[in-house]
Design a protein around this ligand. Structure first.
Ligand SMILES: *[C@@H]1O[C@H](CO)[C@@H](O)[C@H](O)[C@H]1NC(C)=O
Length: 362
């Protein structure tokens, strides 16, 4: 479109490029790729490309110096379009005066900004308008596809969110093209390593980390969670969040989980009995428990045999350290559901364990 005006500039660029031949900087080949967007073609352009980049600009200024700057910008877009020719990215210019209607329809507001349209979303680019910055930015945006496709593998159990809003990203300390993984009850997210992230990178990371250190049993994932046992057992904690003791116990559990978030062996299933009124009596009977109090134990998923930490005599709930010691005993097998099975009449381990098989009621 601006080629006649650009010719002087092109020569200049060619000169620059030949001077740096060893680096193989791309030459602008003179082919016009940036579209002049108007009311007739903008819808088609939106539909046609995976990404559409629109530069929203003031009308061509009369001042020669300003004209030159304008042409430089256009050249940057042309060169970017050329470099990314095979990436299904469209480029266009929207004139804030001539194309005022289109601008309004597309929500373009800031003159001098570049707007990137992807599916139904708009990303505003107000960084430095140089070909290398722009190419990098657009390649980053195209990476969103990997994220989208990875998300489909975990439907509906793991929720994926993306933001295209700078202030939201800032609030979350989320960098462009970064994927943060929020494990339940953790204070800080983990940053999925690698850049640029491929779909496989994301899928592998989520697969490896999806079993949370503390996970809440919910009606919508009850079977999924129960089937995801740790070598035949679950560590199960019952705590009513609405109840003061339950709440306090849950806070202790969260502390323990935060301390042990990097232990892949550990996962505690938290059940709030309030969420499962129909199952509560069944659990009380099966596990021989009083679910008005917080409880934590080991359940064998094969036969529902279970062992529970004795908290009945204490005024206080266990501390995080005490709970961690007990969990260590469970993970090492010192506390298990089997030891007592044939010898129910043997004396109990006196310190902390309360066995429901021989001591039915609290
Ligand atoms: C669970 O119970 C079954 C049946 O009693 C037993 O064979 C298995 O070893 C137990 N698993 C664990 C991890 O204790």
């Amino acid at each position: 479109m601006w080629l006649s005006l650009l010719s002087g500039l092109c020569l200049h660029l060619v000169f620059l490029c030949s001077a740096e031949e060893g680096l193989e900087f791309p030459n602008f080949d003179g082919k016009d790729r940036v579209m002049d967007i108007n009311e007739r073609n903008y819808k088609k352009a939106l539909k046609r490309y995976d990404l559409l980049c629109l530069f929203y600009h003031e009308p061509l200024p009369a001042n020669k110096g300003l004209q030159k700057r304008f042409q430089m910008t256009e050249l940057v877009l042309e060169l970017t379009a050329q470099v990314l020719e095979n990436k299904d990215i469209g480029f266009g210019m929207v004139d804030s005066q001539k194309d005022v209607k289109v601008a309004r329809k597309l929500g373009l507001e800031e003159v001098g900004s570049l707007y990137v349209f992807k599916d139904d979303r708009v990303i505003e680019f107000d960084g430095e308008l140089s070909a290398d910055t722009l190419v990098e930015f657009l390649l980053d945006v195209s990476n969103f596809k990997a994220f989208q496709e990875a998300s489909e593998r975990f439907q509906p159990y793991i929720k994926f969110f993306a933001t295209f809003d700078k202030s939201v990203a800032k609030h979350l300390s989320l960098k462009m093209n970064e994927v943060n993984f929020y494990e339940p009850f953790m204070e800080e997210p983990a940053i999925v390593p690698g850049r640029p992230l491929s779909e496989i990178d994301i899928v592998e990371y989520v697969t490896q980390h999806r079993r949370a250190t503390l996970r809440k049993l919910r009606a919508e994932n009850i079977f999924e969670t129960w089937e995801d046992d740790m070598d035949g057992i679950h560590i199960v904690a019952f705590a009513e969040e609405e109840d003061p003791d339950g709440y306090e116990f849950l806070e202790i559990l969260k502390d323990v989980a935060r301390d042990n978030t990097n232990n892949p062996e550990l996962s505690i299933v938290w059940i709030d009995p309030d969420d499962f009124p129909l199952l509560t009596t069944y659990w009380e009977k099966t596990f021989k428990l009083d679910l008005f109090r917080p409880q934590i134990g080991v359940v064998n998923v094969t036969d529902a045999d279970s062992v529970w930490l004795d908290m009945s005599n204490d005024e206080d709930l266990p501390t995080a350290e005490e709970l961690e010691d007990w969990i260590e005993d469970v993970l090492s097998g010192r506390v298990n559901t089997e030891d007592d099975d044939e010898s129910a009449d043997e004396p109990e381990n006196p310190d902390s364990l309360h066995d429901q098989d021989s001591n039915g009621n609290f």
